[in-house]
Design a protein around this ligand. Structure first.
Ligand SMILES: [Zn+2]
Length: 305
């Protein structure tokens, strides 16, 4: 790699310090409104669901309330389902798909499961269309004790009392072209490592847990989403972003070892969705619908197995 190709902040081979992180921060601008896009939509759900503020994130005087939407008829004997979106704030269909699921489909599960839906775990990044929080930390590598992201710590505290009671946890994400052009180069620069391009898979895939992969569950989600949008093929090495493809549109990660959100509960069925919004064959509406289809398939599978 030549210097000219290096990320514009920091020096090749040198991890960022405070100066580089603050230089990065000055480049991040507010591009959309969490209040308009998320809080207002959650407010409209208060007539039918309980809404709980489970924490607040504050950066430089800006305050973001963290909201969770919960089944009103919560019954302790029912299994619990956790849906999370916006752990990566830029991954729009994760946020909007979670809200759309509650608005359009949550009622279908009344009396069958207790739903806990957190539509936007990382609101500062939602507004900046970024992957990291304001401290240049990735919340989705921070789901561990002292993980360093307040967004992740707040969610850990929210689910802790119910950790063993979840049957399903589905964490809604996207894989985007900007992963390869901006976010992965920024990560390499931040950590003082060379950037190795991986390519961007064209289509939807899921990430199961290496420790407990539940292939039939992952397959059921992929089959449901295939009716809405196309599924990512394996690359020439039979991989998707560097991981072996273990089934059509399925890879596994060691979720807890990596500090990923999908490992935050003891749910028997857990997964991460990866919608691809930059395909010429996928509209934003289709991406949201793919997330909704994934959530429904996950709950339906869990309830019948
Ligand atoms: Zn993500």
């Amino acid at each position: 790699m030549t210097t000219a190709q290096h990320y514009p902040i920091g020096s090749p081979g040198q991890p960022w310090g405070a100066a580089e992180k603050s230089q990065w921060l000055t480049l991040q601008t507010r591009k959309r409104s969490y209040a308009d896009d998320v809080l207002r939509r959650v407010d409209a759900l208060r007539a039918r669901f309980d809404v709980l503020e489970y924490g607040r994130i504050e950066y430089d005087g800006e305050v973001f309330p963290l909201l969770a939407i919960r089944s009103r008829a919560w019954r302790d004997e029912l299994p619990c389902v956790l849906v999370t979106g916006g752990v990566h704030g830029y991954e729009t269909s994760g946020v909007h798909g979670a809200l759309e699921f509650v608005e359009q489909r949550a009622a279908d599960y009344g009396g069958r499961v207790n739903l806990l839906v957190v539509p936007c775990v990382s609101p500062w990044a939602y507004e900046r269309i970024h992957r990291w929080n304001a401290a240049a930390v990735d919340p989705n590598r921070s789901f561990r004790d002292n993980g360093g992201a307040p967004e992740s710590a707040a969610l850990i505290r929210l689910v802790a009392p119910l950790r063993e009671r979840f049957l399903v946890h589905i964490d809604l994400h996207e894989t985007t072209d900007t992963d390869e052009t901006e976010f992965r180069p920024a990560l390499a620069a931040r950590d003082g490592k060379p950037f190795e391009p991986e390519g961007v898979p064209d289509g939807f895939y899921v990430v199961g847990d290496t420790e407990d992969p539940q292939p039939a569950f992952q397959q059921a989600i992929v089959a449901a989403v295939a009716k809405v949008t196309h599924i990512a093929p394996a690359d020439a090495k039979s991989e998707i972003i560097g991981s072996p493809v273990v089934g059509h549109g399925i890879i596994n990660y060691p979720l807890r070892e990596l500090g990923l959100c999908a490992g935050v509960t003891q749910a028997r069925y857990r997964t991460t969705t990866e919608v691809y919004p930059d395909s010429p064959r996928a509209t934003p509406e289709q991406c949201n619908a793919a997330q909704v289809a994934a959530v429904r398939a996950a709950i339906d599978f869990a309830l019948t197995h």
